[in-house]
Design a protein around this ligand. Structure first.
Ligand code: F6P
Length: 555
């Protein structure tokens, strides 16, 4: 048995964050007083509620008035943020301190988008010259490919780029590529291979011509099994056509922190785009991991993306906590997570181009704060990171919203909608926006029995037609989904995750929880081709391996 006592359930809404016990007790008392209040009454009592609980930062407008809060709630939550020393931790992060203590690393994705001329120090060295050099190298390379000056081995221009990576080396670039579709080069398509299910690579390659395809092997470690398997597979697919190893140089580049492994794979170090151990995988789209983005949208648009993130960094660094967008978003999450006992957070983009955002945020949030041991190695006795999930909001309305409206779970929701669509179909956009507004209103107000009686024609089953309401939501309005606005949006979520990690006393920048499965998979892999039955695991795992043996033999 494990020597570490692991708590079996975190379901109780424990406000028991050890470092901030006093303020948490105050919040707990406040929660008891507020929990039965309905938001529709709060709106009726306070005509200024929208103005009071909303703020504009650059391209983003956050309306958080449809939350189960009042001014006292926000004051107490800000006090909690102060007591947890958010500003101190924030300054330590921006200052290059090794706040990722278990890996002894600084956390400096903010340096990647530092568009000021301020230095950023790690171990006494300003990292900005290296950061700028890589941005310039990406720009020069992308320009050649985009302009058709970089030719494939048979002299044809590159028409397709394939990013091979997984997790942070895939989700960010893929999401941004989708989100910024209107800014893409018309004659250059980007494809993403992440899954080690062979169908992914096979299907992706089926439609591609090796003479006109460029592969980016994106892996921070350059050891990830899925990525390396796909990388070697595509390399041999390419060589089957191109024949000569010397042609690899025109068709394979690498993005990594591991120069030796890149060279061992057969990619010249000059064709490697570097980043550094102080960039976490899930925070890496701003680094060379964004090479596929630069190829797709061009250098200037990539700089606009970085600038948007930088503007949010500036806001996060300088705005008072009570008017600080990421801090407000984070503290609202803490309010529901630790006081209401909410277990999840749903992300609902009302923008077709943002449909992959929920998946991206799943990794960003859950790999960062899905932890039950704090930064000092103590098992926590309070709830930490929420389950993050979601999908395109308008599609969700016709699928899972039933549970959000009438289920037994409290699910705080983030609605994200662009004010100006990239589509010319204005009436479509009006319908989309009307639905977003209707959903947030319905979640907040609900519909009482009396209202139901007077509004439905069929009076049968009235109880089923009542909506309790009082379901919290944030509305994040984006002027238009430009590279700059997207940069702001993503950085806001990154800092939200950071703030929550500080409140929960976590190291949000390691990910030990992904290791055990990786190790076991390496152990199991050779066992799959054994002739004899496997007996070294538990009965279930043995049984499953031996079941697979039978299928493998049969095929
Ligand atoms: O397994 C999780 C993880 O380590 C993520 O944190 C990371 O984004 C992903 O794998 C990919 O890692 P790499 O870029 O080193 O291939």
């Amino acid at each position: 048995m494990s020597a570490i006592p692991v708590k079996s359930s975190y379901a109780e809404p424990l406000p028991n964050v050890p470092l901030h016990r006093h303020i948490c007790q105050q919040l707990q008392q406040h929660y008891q007083a507020l929990r039965h209040q309905h938001m529709r009454d709060m709106f009726a009592e306070d005509p200024q509620r929208f103005e009071r609980f909303s703020l504009q930062v650059g391209d983003l407008f956050l309306d958080y008035s449809k939350n189960r809060i009042n001014s006292e709630t926000m004051a107490l939550l800000v006090k909690l943020a102060e007591e947890a020393d958010i500003t101190g931790w924030r300054d330590r992060m921006f200052g290059g301190e090794k706040i990722n203590n278990t890996e002894n690393r600084a956390v400096l994705h903010v340096a990647l988008r530092n568009r000021s001329d301020r230095p950023v120090w790690v171990d006494g060295v300003d990292v900005m010259p290296d950061v700028r050099a890589v941005i310039d190298k990406m720009a020069a390379f992308a320009e050649q490919v985009r302009e058709g000056a970089w030719l494939g081995y048979s002299g044809k221009r590159i028409t397709d780029v394939v990013n091979i990576g997984i997790g942070g080396s895939d989700l960010g670039p893929q999401m941004v590529y989708q989100a910024l579709k209107p800014y893409r080069h018309p004659d250059l398509k980007v494809h993403f291979i992440s899954n080690v299910d062979g169908t992914h690579a096979e299907e992706a390659l089926e439609a591609l011509n090796p003479e006109t395809t460029l592969f980016i092997i994106s892996s921070k470690t350059f050891t990830t099994q899925e990525t390396m398997t796909n990388a070697f597979f595509t390399r041999s697919w390419f060589l089957q056509h191109a024949q000569l190893e010397c042609h690899i140089a025109r068709h394979f580049v690498a993005v990594s922190t591991n120069r030796d492994a890149v060279v061992a794979f057969g990619i010249d170090a000059a064709q490697m785009f570097e980043f550094w151990d102080w960039v976490g995988g899930r925070y890496s789209l701003w680094s060379a991991i964004g090479l596929s983005i630069v190829l797709a949208i061009g250098h200037e648009n990539f700089l606009a993306l970085l600038q948007g993130a930088h503007d949010m960094d500036e806001h996060f660094q300088h705005a008072p906590l009570a008017q600080n967008m990421p801090v407000i978003m984070a503290m609202l999450g803490v309010w529901y997570n630790n006081f209401f006992g909410a277990e999840s957070q749903v992300i609902l983009p009302y923008d077709h181009y943002l449909r992959s955002l929920p998946m991206y945020l799943e990794q960003a949030d859950m790999e960062s704060n899905g932890k039950s041991v704090d930064r000092n190695g103590q098992v926590v006795d309070y709830a930490t990171g929420a389950i993050v999930w979601g999908a395109s909001g308008i599609n969700g309305q016709h699928a899972f919203y039933q549970l959000i409206h009438q289920g037994t779970k409290l699910i705080p929701a983030d609605f994200i909608v662009s004010m100006q669509s990239h589509s010319s179909l204005q009436s479509h956009h009006d319908i989309l926006v009307a639905n977003f507004l209707a959903q947030t209103e319905a979640l907040m107000r609900g519909r009482t029995l009396e209202e139901t009686q007077s509004s439905v024609t069929d009076q049968a089953y009235l109880a089923q037609k009542v909506f309790a309401g009082n379901h919290p939501s944030n509305a994040l309005l984006v002027n238009q989904l430009t590279p700059h606005a997207l940069g702001m949006l993503l950085a806001a979520y990154e800092h939200k995750i950071f703030v929550q990690g500080v409140i929960w006393n976590l190291n949000s920048f390691d990910q030990w929880g992904v290791e055990l499965g990786k190790q076991l998979a390496k152990q199991i892999l050779p066992e799959l081709s054994l002739h004899d039955a496997v007996t070294s695991h538990d009965a279930s795992t043995n049984g499953l391996i031996n079941y697979y043996h039978r299928w493998r033999k049969a095929s």
